[in-house]
Design a protein around this ligand. Structure first.
Ligand SMILES: *Cc1c(COP(=O)(O)O)cnc(C)c1O
Length: 322
């Protein structure tokens, strides 16, 4: 096996330069109610207010802005039904290159429409019969497109690391930081920024309890693959961490925690009622873990990354009504 060369914080800084003026510098919000409840100071980095509604725009834009002129002509291909697709589609439009997104035939109509609305070509496939990676790779080969994966790519994960860089620039060092975890692009990028800007800060990845492959991988020291987990956190339904992401997570993260769907709904309700924010279930993982750790966090300064806010309003009401 070849040894991967892992990106560094210098690459996060370079990414920050590339996305400046394109990505939003998202707000850092606080809640007095929560601070009183915990006896702690909690800072939320609100990527639900990022362009297209999630941090994924950062990594997508960073990756696409590094394309050579030849790659730009061929355009980009991505396979995703979620936020990565929209991040790629919007970034491609801003950079004036074609984008093709491979989506399951039964993807929600609203997501297909949003992706097409950014000017991307949508290719659908049968998720029960066809392999989306193979389709993506074939399109890349036949049409000279460049495939950008959703997390396991140096330019993607260093782009994602710019959110934590901005957070620390605003808050100074923190005692602990909680970050949602799917395939690990956000957590590994966050780890690079954390170790550079707040070396003593404890860093936790939080994933759905039904899909704790990251926790199993972290604790066993090698990547564990599971079946696609059943959870309302659709942004974290990944079966396994990536090689780049795990390499950094293994080295730099304090621990991986989990949250149940019921805890995610509780956090979603808190954001809506107390902070007047719509946060998608996956974006609630960090707060859900903080609420489990009340005692341990007393007197601490704590960061939480809210990763996104893309949830259908009907679905949102249904989850809160249950
Ligand atoms: C993609 C995504 C995640 C997980 O990010 P990874 O880089 O795959 O770990 C978390 N929250 C939201 C809203 C996402 O779109």
């Amino acid at each position: 096996m070849t040894t991967l060369i892992l990106p560094t914080y210098a690459d996060v800084e370079a990414a920050a330069g590339r996305i400046a003026g394109y990505a939003n510098r998202t707000p850092v919000n606080t809640s007095r109610t929560l601070n009183d409840l915990l006896g702690a100071e909690v800072f939320f980095k609100c990527e639900n207010f990022q362009r297209m509604g999630a941090f994924k725009f950062r990594g997508a834009f960073n990756a696409l802005s590094r394309f050579t002129p030849e790659q730009r002509r061929g355009g980009v291909v991505a396979f995703s039904s979620g936020n990565h697709a929209q991040g790629i589609a919007l970034s491609a439009r801003l950079l004036g290159m074609p984008a093709t997104i491979v989506m399951p035939h039964d993807a929600p109509a609203a997501k297909v429409a949003a992706t097409k609305g950014y000017g991307a070509t949508v290719v659908s496939y049968d998720r029960y019969k066809e392999d989306r990676e193979a389709i993506g790779r074939r399109l890349a080969e036949e049409h000279g497109m460049t495939l950008i994966p959703p997390f396991d790519h140096p330019d993607v994960l260093t782009g994602q690391g710019t959110a934590a860089k901005e957070l620390f620039e605003e808050t100074g060092p923190l005692d602990a930081l909680f970050t949602p975890l799917g395939g690990g692009g956000l957590l590994s990028g966050t780890a690079l920024s954390t170790r550079a800007l707040a070396p003593a800060c404890k860093l936790y990845g939080v994933e759905p309890e039904a899909g704790n492959d990251g926790q199993q991988s972290f604790r066993s020291g090698s990547i564990v693959r599971i079946d696609t987990p059943k959870t309302i956190a659709d942004g974290a339904q990944t079966p396994a961490l990536g090689h780049y992401t795990f390499g950094i997570i293994k080295r730099d993260v304090t621990d991986i925690l989990t949250a149940t769907d019921a805890e995610l709904v509780e956090a979603m309700r808190f954001f809506a009622e107390r902070m007047k924010m719509i946060v998608e279930p996956t974006g609630c993982l960090g707060l859900a873990a903080v609420l489990q750790q009340k005692q341990a966090l007393k007197g601490k300064r704590v960061g939480v990354i809210i990763s996104g806010g893309n949830v259908d309003i009907a679905r949102f009401s249904e989850l809160l009504a249950a």
